[in-house]
Design a protein around this ligand. Sequence first.
Ligand code: ASP
Length: 436
Amino acid sequence: MKTAVAKFGGTSLANAVQFQKVAQIVQADPSRRFIVVSAPGKRFSDDIKVTDLLGQCFRLAAAGKDFEEPLHQVEARYREILDGLALDFPLAEEIDTLREHLKGEPQRAYVESRGEYLSARILALLLDYTFVDPAWCICFNEDGTLDAAMTRRAMGAALRPLQCAVIAGFYGADGNGTIHTFSRGGSDVTGSLAACAIGADLYENWTDVSGLLAADPRIVEHPRTVEYMSYRELRTLSYMGASVLHTDSVLPASDMGIPINIRNTNRPQDAGTMIVRKLPKGQKKYPIVGVAGRKGMDVIQVEKVMASDGSGFSAIILDILKQRQLPFEYCLTGIDSVTLIIRSDLLTPCKEDLFAEIRQELNPDYLGFKQNLSLIAVVGEKDSETNDANVRILQALTGAGVEISTINQGAGKLNLLIGVPEEKYEPAIRAIYATM
Ligand code: ASP
């Protein structure tokens, strides 16, 4: 029998009705043996996520202030869920345990992890699955980084003997038993690690959208849902802001070649987006899978005659950035010039010092600086149509009156990066989408 790990996000578990939908989805397919859960998320747009309420409890407690109000709200969220599901669960005792912890020397990660812990215990009771506490099998180092090798062994050992289990997402523990969490949205990472540890056939990620959209719906009206995309395409699009999955969750699954299926808990009939290493045979291939971008970029241009004479001009510039731990979005080298695109929020605080260092080290003929650029990534695995796609994109941008400030395409992929002035960002995205 096939085995799937199914992870359900915060909106999928926001109230009793959502818990019921999750139970129906799990029970509809016996391959869904290992379930990973988030804490209850928002029920409506102004609502507060349980993890944020727990964060408030921690901050108040750590400052020696009264934390009863947010703690009461946490209890009320779970009470509503338990009453709606008619489950008998020792909620008052669990809340008391948390209260006692908060009265002592509270630990942020422990407090914030209780949302996932309670969700998992309640869903395990509802499904009659075994509850797995990740404090036993998601192994962190004391500095808060993940010990991936140890986690794989411990998770495999914990899950393999079980027929069905619910695992709390988002946290784990170090060798001393101290709780650590991933960054926000980290239950996706737990799901991916669980899928790898048991060698699952599929990692389902259930959320509140029916997959990844080919463009930002705030800019393009009703963009199409991507049916299939590769791990690499997903990484690029999520880096550029089109995020449905925590970025750290993609690598473990892609290393093992486990397909990730993004699904919608509120529309389980939708097939969602399948993220795979290779498109299955016969599947329609779009030359452009998606388009995404980011505003707030600056451009630095360094020019010097004979820069490309092998004296390491570009290497020196990149070394200066490395010493300063200043990441760049991309670097384009020409015959006598180097162009760098850097996020403005990172560059602004050190711009003057950086320019002084470049002048001192390289004595350039020209050092140029431009602000307010946006960077657009057009993503798609290369195929015979790629050149045609590039031509259509450039024609569309010109036709929409968008000035192309920079353009960069690596060999082997259509991963085209285009810099356009910020005020032309939205028309540029729309023009590119229209060619897809
Ligand atoms: N509950 C955590 C958050 O709100 C983790 C997660 O949902 O994955 O970020």
